[in-house]
Write a protein that binds this ligand. Sequence first.
Ligand code: S3P
Length: 176
Amino acid sequence: MKTNIALIGFMGTGKTAVGEVLAQRLNKTFIELDLLIEQKAGKSIPDIFQQDGEIVFRELEIEVTRETASKKNLVIACGGGIVLNKINIDRLRESSRTVYLTASPGAIVKRTSGEPGQRPLLEVDNPTQAIRELLKFREPFYQRAADITVNTSKLDINAIVEEIISRLKEDEGFNL
Ligand code: S3P
């Protein structure tokens, strides 16, 4: 029986904000993979990208995903690029249902521009264009990885959490 929920989706789709409330509602432990990566590296994500490069970041992401996927009763907020390495999704799915949070490109631009400097992949001359290109490239990866999909564009956090819970209640292979 699966007891973890892994939240996947692009940067700015609300994985952290939704994950915290969802974990509280279900009495599960909230884990943020990006934070585990920072702890393991002893530096921030922008520093990992800048000093060590994206590949080192992805290797750390694979490590913390493997360690986390073996635990129980978690709500896991994954980094937006988790789906790029299939091994991550295979490992997560052994213990988790994957919930894919989507949002329109416009909503993502708006949400991510409020937090400058935090996301190395958007530290470019034209972040709006980068978002559109990355979304287009990644969309099939997210879709392939998703058990449940929730469009967050028009919902507040509580409504998103309720939607996820009602979908999981119908799920016989999942232990709420
Ligand atoms: C990334 C998303 C970030 C973080 C890193 C790379 C990505 O996480 O893991 O900057 O490749 O989409 P959030 O989705 O929590 O911003």
